[in-house]
Design a binder for this molecule. Sequence first.
Ligand code: HEM
Length: 443
Amino acid sequence: MKELMQLYFKRVYYSLMRHGFDKTGLTKSKIIFSNLFLHIHPVKVHRRSLMFKSTMGLGVMSLALFIILTITGVLIMFHYVPSISPGPDGLPDAYGRMLNLRSNLFWGSFIRNMHRWSAHAMVMIVALHMLRVFLTGSYRNGREFNWVVGVILGLLTVLLSYTGYLLPWDQLAYWGVKVGTEIAKIAPGGDIIRGILLGDNDVGQEALLRFYVLHVAVLPIIISIFISIHLFRVRKDGGLAKPADTSKENLIPISECGRVENNSYFKNCRSYQLVEFVKGTEPKVNEEVEQMVFAWPKLIVRETIVIIFITVLMVILSIVFDASLEGPADPNHPTNPAKAPWYFLGLQELVSYHGFIGGVLIPGVLVLFVVLIPYVEMFIETVFKLNRKIVSGVWFHKERLLENSIFLSIYIIMIFLIIMGTFFRGENWSFVYPWALHTGGGH
Ligand code: HEM
């Protein structure tokens, strides 16, 4: 009977999974390509892709945070109503339900905290991922288009976070969004964008409904589509960027990349896409075949560790720190100073010097510059016939000193402005030392 049951469970298992877990090359391949979630990976990857320094896990962390946000967001949706009409407790319903979620619901506070801290973390991690891609020059050598997809993802991430900011309908949310949409007024055509976003002259019921629909449906769907394109392109662009010759690098020894048995067929070969092979455009033909190792188990285990790390970090943050909820939104009592969300504080700081230059010209030129960087470089190289070696996948390469210095300076200036806006601005946006800062909802 025991053997029959074993046979039965084996048959059930094979109806679910199409592979065993032995160490043959065939099984290692099947694990990757017979699984919907894993088959975005190639069966074999370059040894370099296993190393922390290649990506620091930032792309995978961004993806993990997006998934955490989707799960916790759906759970919050079961409880939330985007309405400012008075609820049973006389408070605006959206706000009252947030209060209720925090105090009366089992795990309500924890779910809300997870959602809030993951949203802030996603903005930060995506920004760091972008910095890593730039400083390693990984947006060149065929990855230019994926950079553009990435920039769009970055902008969508900020927009996703911003539309969520309003939903608790507390003072912080109301005045944060109010300030943000006031900045939009300065831009040419900004009134129209503001009108579309708010659906009214001011932040009110229509705005709450629009932000809600954008936040829970429109933006997540668009981001999901762009993430799919992004990951598909990472694969089709030939995997992670790396220098053409890695023989002088200190890579993880092959012996540590997972034992392979009965590997006669897979030993020295790779699979190519037939059409590209015929056309001779496949990026990996003849490329360091002996450096390729199976993605299972080492790469997948490393990615799992990164996902567990960021999830545990968010869980700890959510247990230790509570996401704030101020008093209900009151359009008649502005907070002073009224501050935009932290990622817009740099912008708000610039606007305080000059509305148009700080709020429109500089950010507009900056976004355009960042989107087009790879194509600007390509243009200069082509038109001026620069016979330049394009290095990608290497941190701070000396050939890229100018580009890296410019990009790093932009980040440093942004961080400086954000710190300035966060800690050194008091009533009426005047300069104040943090220890002398008078906070509260003054007039
Ligand atoms: C929702 C946001 C994003 C997600 C989920 C995401 C995800 C990923 C993942 C998983 C990878 C594989 C390598 C890695 O793990 O780092 C990757 C690579 C890449 N990402 Fe992103 N990314 C996002 C935003 C961005 C942004 C804002 C940029 C740049 C503007 C960007 C540009 C790139 C490029 C060029 C690569 C290829 C890098 C290489 O070959 O080394 N991504 N991304």
